[in-house]
Design a protein around this ligand. Sequence first.
Ligand code: SF4
Length: 348
Amino acid sequence: MKYYDTVPQNFLLMRFVVTRYCNFRCPYCYLTDERRGRKKTVFSHHSPDEWIKAIDVFKDRHLELYFTGGEPLLFDEFIYFLKKALDKGFIHSVRIDSNLSRLEKFLKEINDPKVKFLASLHPTQVSFDTFSDKVKLLKENDMLALVNLVVSKENMEILNKAPHELARYFEDRGAFLNIAKDFERGLKYGYDEKYKEYIDKLQYPIDNIYMNMQNLHIGAFCGGGKHYISVSRHGNIYSCDGKERGNIFDHPKLPQGIITCNMPYCPSIISYSFSASNGFSPVEHLQDYVKRNKTYRESLDTSYLDSLWQHIEEHDLIPKKGNAGADDNRTLAAKLRSRIIKKIKSLS
Ligand code: SF4
């Protein structure tokens, strides 16, 4: 059974880029220093109270909110807004991408299992022990969705452990470690095949088709626009294909029916949960995502992963400028993908 048979008709996931501002300077970040340094937020044009009121336009919906950045927790206005928004019965769950640097301040104001964190580990910016303690705190409060790690050269030199061993470390503590390629360098300079194989092995196979941006989604039914929208800091609403769907401050009209997506490939990890190619429901889909991927990882051959990782380390195969002659080998298609991703990221 596909998601469109099970999802409540009124389900809506709203994604906000709270800010591009960030206190960290991760070397693989897709944001430039200039953008990470600009303190613009969704509250630069409309106050938190205006946003709280605006959300009421969707009060007949089953709403999930998703906040990303930059680093959302750095702003008291965000915490104030979220605290008030959580009182609304039609907001069923909230997820936040965060580096956790201001977690303690957040938890003093909001301690609610409706909120789940996608906690990003950035070892160049925070010690592993400090981060692990914060993950533990989130687990204790039932507020952790998963932990994210980019397999970049800098991160792995500091962590000095194979990613699959780190996954086991977090697994032993009840947390799922989501392991990502260094997309920023990979899309620029190309991937070595062994590196790609290693990271792909740690992902569920169908997710790889998506993550490697193959054409799984052409013509697929998709909830974009009907069940999933992004909202810009001015309140403009976009579906994942980049089409504008009105403004949240101005009684927007979203599509009534499921749309047929004609993008060359699915542009966002968020949109992916809505694709008909994916068997699980997009409603609080991270729970199913984690459950499915944990089971899948248990079936992996650890000794093969050990040998692959050893090969990657010995031959210095993590993406970097000039790595494996990839600069020249990058295909036209890869360059095009990189450009489209940049465009999609810039939408909000
Ligand atoms: S924490 Fe995220 S947004 Fe901030 S610098 Fe690192 S990758 Fe970029």
